[in-house]
Design a binder for this molecule. Structure first.
Ligand SMILES: Cc1cc2nc3c(=O)[nH]c(=O)nc-3n(C[C@H](O)[C@H](O)[C@H](O)COP(=O)(O)OP(=O)(O)OC[C@H]3O[C@@H](n4cnc5c(N)ncnc54)[C@H](O)[C@@H]3O)c2cc1C
Length: 457
């Protein structure tokens, strides 16, 4: 709720956003979290899991709209379609939504639609916006972003191979994609596809382009849906999709041939902040569950409630510290993004992208441990939460890629700090010399005394 906004950023959150934050928190706690079980029950079993979507989502969407909770993710000042919240303000809302499986979609703030809508709002032309952005913003259709491919190391997007060849007034697409999140949903109407238009371009960052492909275009086959640690994420799902001579009009190109890298870079900044804040919400919910379990009067191993066992209070305290510290990191990235633009926020966003999922996994794991066997079962939300958060160490680029880049950036200071340290050492020596002193090494005086006393040591 608004009174829980960290002091460090409270004065940057408008009164309007504070009011909305209270509404979001109440909506999530009282409507969405209880509805999560209905979502699971209505998803059904077997093939039916991919043939429709739980009706509860439509009910929640109507409630969210009546409360004014719709498309809050589109940042203020960047888009005329924005409801007017800053990245910081939306980040605080996203944290609440991250506590529930249904809340983000109920408010039309679910990935990958959010990132895809930003692509269309930022880079799409008027016709593309009318055709795809409008229905997405109205919550009438859903979308998928298709970049990753099974046959290449896709964390290096230069490797992407799906071929896009121009033939007359059409582009023809051939290739394979996987981890196409959202492709399982029958409402998924549009694929935003990255592929190669100019493999011979000397600049590897100008070889790729992004095109809009309607999901039902002939030549597209969803071969299978991938599981995440055994969870299929139906009806959303993660598709393995093949393209055989898929034809789209040249007007489907976004921004222009060779601009794919520019688009994917622009897409990921705010999305990473949203993911990170939702993940903090998940960690908070895991901590809530842990608190419930450790105070359970029915469960008294070795004659005491769990909370009376020393280590458990340490888990609780460490979880609180780690969640709060991570939140600061993400909100700082959000503020930098709002006040200095996405480029200035790049390193803070990367820090958040790496730190938050690892933090949340640790907190969730402590909660799992506190529950014993129940923690890994379907009787708590923890097992699904863990599987879901674990994927964030891979999705939008694996940790190592961000760490390698951050390490290189940090190491740029290497030469300068070496010079500074050497200068400081030289100055110390000079100061000692001026005072006729020698540098004392720890232990040397004791050694000197012992030797004088004739000890063999
Ligand atoms: C649940 C889920 C949802 C996803 N949703 C989407 C989606 O909607 N659209 C989409 O296009 N993709 C999606 N992805 C794919 C995801 O973005 C990729 O899996 C990720 O970018 C890694 O690419 P890769 O799987 O090809 O692994 P690879 O590129 O083969 O990398 C494998 C491993 O190599 C290591 N590695 C890579 N680079 C370095 C380096 N520089 N230094 C050290 N080690 C390194 C890392 O440990 C990495 O995990 C999703 C993935 C998951 C799990």
């Amino acid at each position: 709720m608004a009174d829980k906004i960290p002091t460090i950023c409270s004065n940057r959150v408008s009164d309007r956003a504070k009011k909305t934050l209270d509404i979001v928190a109440k909506f999530v706690q009282e409507e969405c979290i209880p509805a999560d079980a209905v979502f699971d029950a209505q998803t059904g079993a077997g093939d039916a899991r991919w043939e429709g979507h739980p009706q509860i989502i439509e009910e929640l969407k109507l409630k969210a709209q009546s409360l004014g909770l719709w498309n809050m993710f589109l940042p203020k000042g960047h888009y005329k379609e924005s409801p007017g919240y800053t990245t910081l303000e939306y980040g605080l809302m996203a944290e609440w939504m991250g506590r529930s499986r249904t809340a983000s979609e109920a408010c039309n703030c679910a990935a990958p639609d959010t990132g895809n809508m930003e692509v269309l709002a930022k880079y799409g032309n008027d016709a593309q916006k009318a055709q795809w952005l409008r229905p997405l913003m109205e919550g009438k259709v859903r979308s998928a972003f298709l970049m990753t491919e099974p046959q290449v190391a896709s964390s290096d997007a230069r490797n992407i191979e799906l071929n896009i060849t121009r033939e007359g007034n059409e582009y023809v697409l051939n290739g394979q994609k996987w981890w196409s999140s959202g492709a399982g949903d029958p409402r998924c109407a549009i694929y935003i596809v990255m592929g190669k238009t100019d493999g011979n371009n000397k600049d590897p960052y100008r070889q790729q382009s992004v095109v809009l492909v309607p999901a039902g275009t002939p030549g597209i086959t969803v071969n299978r849906m991938l599981n995440v640690y055994g969870f299929d994420d139906a009806p959303h799902g993660h598709g393995h999709v093949s393209f055989v001579n898929v034809r789209v009009p040249v007007s489907s190109m976004v921004l222009g041939e060779g601009r794919g890298f520019e688009i994917i870079q622009g897409r990921l900044g705010p999305g990473r902040i949203h993911h990170a804040m939702r993940t903090i919400g998940a960690a908070e919910r895991a901590l809530d569950w842990m608190l419930m379990r450790i105070n359970d009067p029915q469960k008294t191993p070795f004659g005491k409630k769990l909370r009376e066992h020393g280590v458990i209070m340490e888990w609780v305290a460490r979880s609180r510290i780690e969640i709060d510290a991570s939140r600061m990191l993400v909100l700082n990235a959000a503020i930098t993004m709002d006040e200095q633009g996405p480029k200035a926020a790049l390193s803070q966003i990367a820090e958040a992208k790496v730190m938050v999922p690892s933090m949340a996994l640790t907190v969730i794991d402590r909660a799992v441990q506190a529950f014993g066997g129940a923690g890994v079962s379907q009787d708590t939300p923890l097992a699904y939460m863990w599987a879901n958060v674990r994927t964030l160490r891979l999705a939008d680029g694996p940790d190592e890629v961000h760490l390698a880049q951050m390490g290189r950036n940090e190491n740029k200071r290497g030469e300068a700090v070496t010079k500074q340290i050497q200068w400081q050492k030289a100055k110390s020596e000079q100061l000692l010399k001026e005072r006729n002193l020698t540098q004392v090494q720890p232990g040397t005086r004791i050694q000197h005394r012992i030797n004088k006393a004739g000890s063999k040591l």
